[in-house]
Write a protein that binds this ligand. Structure first.
Ligand code: SAH
Ligand code: SF4
Length: 411
């Protein structure tokens, strides 16, 4: 599909949506560390000597088997299951809507119940299948407190951080819907082999700045990569940041996933305008943090995202500056065609200019894939969904930007 090829929403195949299994204010066991899960069980009277065993049973059922109700846990005693049901939940969020694009891209609009104070929140997750892999794009916040001038999310206020449960639930739900968990009838101990999985990669490139929600993102990603659970390799998880420098160091030390930087400009004056966090953490500090990122090599490179804005950052001078800036950093460059939104003053660079820019970068020895927009039909619907629902229900309705589609990660 070419960059300008937009499928009409009428070609969408709507999928049946699930009913909420349980809409309850009970705390979820999803997204707790082992220690937290153990403490939660202890508080409900589980004997000390049983805790470790119970936690590993639950961990297996929740993350390896992917069950979403306690009754499915056949090797857990009935009394224990009743206790779990009384005090906790492992229900998925409600699927408000599921859409499947002609090219296989899927989008889910999910609603999380309010736990404690507050209102339910809605977010979207997008799945992009490709040759040899499938990438799930995940959100970390509802809205964003940063104000990047070309980003639609940047025009919306931050509603709140997502919890580790809500971040992980996007992955669990996608795996449910794509058949990535073993059948209920499969023998105990069955694990879906990594090669056969539909969701082989995840990218934190949805809504929000993940490094402004560090603790929940860290917990969720460590659970997603836990070898006795979801066991997604850290090399297949990419976290994208606008450049929160202190937390880039922490990401390297404490999470260890692949890093993507929303660069978009190679001069401080321009980046101050496009990505205002640059005023706090200018390019030099950002690049120092990148150079210090642990484990970099030619096989483990940092991705630099660069949105192509017509007449703003797309000259060959900029391309030259980019090569200079990245000198010495194992890097790959993702050129993202700008996805316009109503009210924006920016335009996407001409296709010819994007190609010239890419050629320049390629000739300097960098792979610079231009992100082919995927699932444009769903994206179009994505914008519609948002305004329609805001009119209709006035609940917090959130939509991803083109970035989710245009800018998913790579191996
Ligand atoms: N907040 C994080 C992660 C989410 S944004 C970050 O900024 O990195 C994911 C990517 O999409 C970022 O590179 C972002 O700059 C880019 N993006 C945002 N709006 C876009 C648009 N309208 N068109 C193309 N890319 C966009
Ligand atoms: Fe927030 Fe990222 Fe959008 Fe900037 S580009 S406003 S950090 S979501």
């Amino acid at each position: 599909m070419s960059a300008t090829d937009v499928m009409t929403p009428s070609k969408l195949k709507p999928m049946p949506v699930s009913q909420p299994v349980e809409l309850s204010p009970k705390p979820s066991l999803i997204g707790l560390t082992r220690e937290e899960m153990g403490a939660a069980l202890k508080e409900k009277g589980v004997a000390d000597k049983q805790i470790k065993m119970r936690v590993s049973q639950l961990w297996n059922w929740i993350y390896v088997r992917g069950v979403s109700d306690f009754d499915a846990m056949v090797n857990v005693s009935k009394d224990m299951r009743e206790m779990l049901k009384t005090h906790f939940t492992i229900a998925r969020p409600e699927i408000v809507e599921e859409q499947v694009s002609n090219d296989g891209t899927r989008k889910w609009l999910l609603r999380f119940p309010p736990r404690g104070a507050g209102r339910p929140v809605e977010i979207e997750a997008v799945y992009i299948p490709e040759e040899g892999r499938g990438t799930l794009c995940i959100s970390s916040q509802v809205g964003c407190s940063l104000t990047c001038s070309f980003c639609h999310t940047g025009t919306q206020r931050l509603v709140r951080n997502l919890t580790a449960e809500e971040i992980l639930s996007q992955l669990l739900l996608a795996r449910d819907r794509l058949g990535d968990f073993p059948d209920r009838e499969a023998p105990q101990g069955t694990i879906m082999p990594a090669e056969g999985r539909k969701v082989s990669n995840i990218v934190m490139m949805g809504m929000g700045e993940p490094l402004y929600n560090f603790d929940s993102v860290k917990t969720a990603l460590l659970i997603a990569s836990d070898g006795d659970g979801l066991s997604l390799s850290k090399r297949r998880i990419t976290l994208s940041t606008s450049g929160v420098v202190p937390e880039i160091y922490r990401t390297g030390d404490e999470i260890g996933v692949m890093l993507a930087i929303s660069l978009h400009a190679v001069r401080d004056d321009l980046r101050d305008m496009l990505v205002p966090i640059n005023k706090k953490y200018p390019l030099k500090e950002l690049m120092d943090a990148c150079r210090a990122y642990p484990g970099l090599s030619n096989a483990r490179r940092i991705t630099f995202e660069y949105v192509m804005l017509k007449g703003v950052n797309d000259s060959l001078e900029d391309a030259k500056g980019l090569i200079q800036l990245l000198k010495g950093v194992p890097a790959k460059i993702n050129l993202i065609p700008f996805n316009p939104w109503p009210g924006t003053n920016y335009q996407c660079s001409d296709w010819e200019q994007i190609e010239k820019f890419a050629d320049f970068i390629n000739s300097a020895g960098y792979a610079s894939p231009i992100r082919t927009p995927r699932g444009r039909d769903i994206l179009a619907a994505c914008g519609q969904l948002k305004s329609e629902s805001e009119r209709m229900r006035k609940t917090e309705r959130l939509a991803f930007e083109a970035m989710m589609i245009a800018n998913h990660g790579e191996d």
